[in-house]
Design a protein around this ligand. Structure first.
Ligand code: PGA
Length: 253
């Protein structure tokens, strides 16, 4: 298997100018494992700062969201994919459950944003995942099939050649309650199977990363599973020490 693990930090609405400086200084002074891809997605105002300071490093920088429209244009408060690329971003997260639940983003708008990321030349990190009530009702696979299926139908399988899927069960995000390695593996294998039904090669190559209360002390056993190609990490990605520990946990997979 040739998939390179990806450890991605999602800082959500956390950070300051000085925190970014300290984080990047600490990473610059450390050795990142060379068999792991690393990405941090800070809030918009810090993207350029992080991208410029890490220019000589292997740390990639990404946006947490993207405007569904092409720019430039009269879209107050929005940030386009080409602006993200211009700021030094290589990736963008789309469809995070907080965007879906708190900002009303449905499967259709997520698909449009996925396309917008691809059009801007960014690697799109598509988040999917069920709520606790959906899991308890036995609907996990139905939800994953629907969330993934809409993007596949609207954007086409070829667009997954330059994408990452993040499986993030909503009940595990920020709760301290992590999916077990078996639960994660089962969902990841299902997602890979859905993609394989359209293109076996893309399915074999695409990274499917796990998110939801990943910490340095549980990362290694999650990342060790066959279809878990790294993590999308919130809280534990904010401090350099902890982020580095996650990268080490993904090394030599
Ligand atoms: P968490 O967040 O690691 O703090 O649970 C993960 C995410 O929402 O991407």
């Amino acid at each position: 298997m040739t998939r390179i693990p990806l450890v991605a930090g999602n800082w959500k609405m956390h950070g300051t100018v000085s925190h970014v400086d300290g984080f990047v200084d600490a990473l610059n002074a450390s050795v990142l494992p060379d068999d792991v891809e690393t990405l941090v997605c800070p809030p918009y105002p810090y993207l350029s700062q992080m991208a410029q300071r890490t220019a000589q490093q292997r740390l990639q920088v990404g946006g947490q969201n993207i405007c569904d429209k092409d720019g430039p244009g009269a879209y107050t408060g929005e940030v386009s994919g080409s602006m993200l690329a211009d700021c030094g971003c290589s990736h963008v997260i789309v469809g995070h459950s907080e965007r879906r639940a708190l900002y009303g983003e449905d499967d259709e708008i997520v698909a449009v944003k996925f396309d917008a990321g691809r059009d801007a030349g960014l690697v799109t990190v598509l988040c999917v995942g069920e709520t606790l009530s959906e899991r308890e009702a036995g609907q996990t696979e139905d939800v994953l099939r629907r969330q993934l299926g809409t993007v596949l139908a609207e954007c086409g399988i070829a667009s997954f050649a330059n994408a990452v899927v993040a499986y993030e069960p909503v009940w595990a995000i920020g709760t301290g309650r992590t999916a077990t390695p078996d639960q994660a593996q089962e969902a990841h294998a299902f997602i890979r199977g859905q993609i394989a039904a359209e293109d076996a090669t893309i399915a074999q190559n695409i990274r499917i990363i796990y998110g939801g209360s990943v910490k340095p002390d549980n990362a290694a056993e999650l990342f060790a599973r066959e279809d878990v190609d790294g993590g999308l990490v919130g809280g534990a990605s904010l401090e350099a020490e902890s982020f580095l520990a996650l990268c080490r946990a993904a090394s030599s997979k």
